[in-house]
Write a protein that binds this ligand. Structure first.
Ligand code: FES
Length: 198
């Protein structure tokens, strides 16, 4: 697949997205609601969940994102029906990208909105129902093996105001040994800007 082409699965889900919220939100009562993204980048994702006995029974979603965000959330919405909250909470963007038959490399960041909104909706449900939180149970990716810095550490640093490689190094010491983690870190910063940037 060339870097610029979408797989047939992506095209199918983009042309015929499943479980889209067609009605207004109030007419689809949900048990959990998650919204993430940065409307100024044109990407925002809302996910609604219906949950019974710890299992996701139905879902609706809406996004202003691009084709990749639409296709990846469509496939995510099919995958999570019938899934336990614990299993859904640890879904990774890579799992969704794999189901899509891959995405152009410059589009992978679009698929992270879906799983973040999904976790936000699960958090919302657990909080509203006074149930134990799953926060911290999501899979983390070790980005810097030398200094053991994970994607969650970088996300926390971003939320605390870090925007550049130098900011991150000052806070976490990332990349100060072999330096092999710089490219992946910059990619992640780009994703975070998309998710949280002003
Ligand atoms: S992997 Fe980050 S410094 Fe070596």
């Amino acid at each position: 697949m060339s870097d610029w082409l979408y797989s047939d699965t992506v095209k199918d889900h983009f042309m015929h997205p499943r479980n889209v919220l067609e009605e207004d939100e109030a007419s689809w009562p949900s048990d959990g609601r998650g919204i993430v993204g940065n409307i100024k980048c044109g990407d925002q994702m809302l996910i609604l969940l219906r949950i019974k006995d710890g299992i996701i029974t139905d879902t609706r979603w809406k996004t202003y994102g691009c084709a990749s965000a639409i296709a990846s959330t469509s496939i995510l919405s099919e995958a999570i029906k019938g899934m336990s909250l614990e299993d859904a909470y640890v879904l990774k963007p890579e799992d969704i990208v794999a189901k899509l038959g891959g995405l152009p490399s410059n589009k992978i960041h679009c698929s992270v909105l879906g799983d973040k909104a999904l976790r936000a909706a699960i958090d919302d449900y657990l909080e509203k129902n006074d149930l134990p939180s799953l926060k911290g149970k999501e899979n983390v990716e070790v980005i810097c093996n030398c200094l053991n810095v994970t994607d969650r550490d970088i996300e926390d640093a971003y939320k605390a105001g870090d925007r550049t490689w130098e900011d991150l190094q000052a806070r976490t010491k990332i990349g100060t040994a072999c330096g092999g983690c710089k490219e992946r870190t910059l990619e992640l910063l780009h994703q975070l800007e998309h998710l949280y940037g002003e």
